[in-house]
Design a protein around this ligand. Structure first.
Ligand SMILES: *Cc1c(COP(=O)(O)O)cnc(C)c1O
Length: 238
């Protein structure tokens, strides 16, 4: 196994350095350790090193891990992030899993509606993020940036069992040589947040930003991310 404790320490230090080189040094930044395709032993090792937030992409895999006796006993305070594409017919299953913290990939009103119904008898609202297709390529999932205001308002006003934590993109950091280039995922996500808070008069700090993975998390932090999702740098390649 990789030296998970050391890898975690390294990533956390680099996050801190990147934050000190950014415009918003006060924010807290959450590291999500993406454990997809890695066995429970890896998760327990990271948990023992202090990590609490873990990300998974596949419904069946998350179900197995979240419901495992070993995880329940050894990682009682674990917080799961679902970060994969969620089909409507599996939404309810995920919503009710033990220690689910947030579904980061809500990409339609229909999915939000199903999740809201699934949470009808829950004690507290389900955390979600709205996934944005920041590159605007039709084959990628996420809502179009131009639909954000409408989708945000519909969820907030109609789905009382959901709590919108923020916005998420699976897009990557790209350095454009062309100043007119608009296909910059990270910048697009930040622009989405800024426009949303301005139009609805929200506190900018109330809308989280989930962006950045192993190859670009430092750039993401410099640009304002509050939730970064790192897998291979912590657990090794898959
Ligand atoms: C796999 C995955 C990650 C982590 O990717 P790494 O390159 O291993 O850090 C982050 N976010 C999403 C949505 C993923 O699917």
């Amino acid at each position: 196994m990789e030296n998970i404790a050391e890898n975690l320490k390294n990533v956390l230090e680099r996050i801190e350095t990147a934050k000190q080189n950014s415009d918003n040094k006060e924010r807290s930044i959450r590291l999500v350790a993406v454990s997809k395709l890695k066995s429970i032993d890896y998760i327990i090792a990271a948990y023992k090193a202090g990590q609490r937030h873990f990300g998974e992409n596949y419904v069946q895999e998350l179900e197995e891990k979240a419901q495992s006796e070993q995880i329940k006993i050894e990682c009682p305070d674990i917080k799961w992030h679902f970060i994969g594409h969620l089909q409507s017919n599996k939404a309810k299953k995920v919503a009710v899993l033990p220690n689910l913290y947030v579904i980061e990939t809500v990409d339609s009103i229909k999915l939000a509606d199903i999740l809201n119904t699934a949470m009808a008898s829950a004690q507290k609202p389900l955390n979600i993020m709205i996934q944005i297709n920041t590159s605007n390529e039709p084959q990628k999932s996420g809502i179009a940036p131009s639909d954000l205001l409408k989708v945000y308002e519909q969820i907030r006003n109609n789905f009382k069992n959901l709590n919108i934590m923020g916005l998420m993109t699976i897009g990557s950091y790209e350095q454009s040589t062309n100043p007119d280039e608009v296909n910059l995922d990270f910048k697009n996500l930040i622009d989405c947040r800024n426009e949303l808070v301005e139009k609805l008069n929200l506190d900018p700090n109330s809308i989280e930003i989930s962006m950045g993975m192993s190859h670009d998390y430092e750039e993401a932090v410099k640009m304002g991310s509050t939730n970064i999702r790192v897998g291979s740098l912590i657990f090794g390649s898959r």
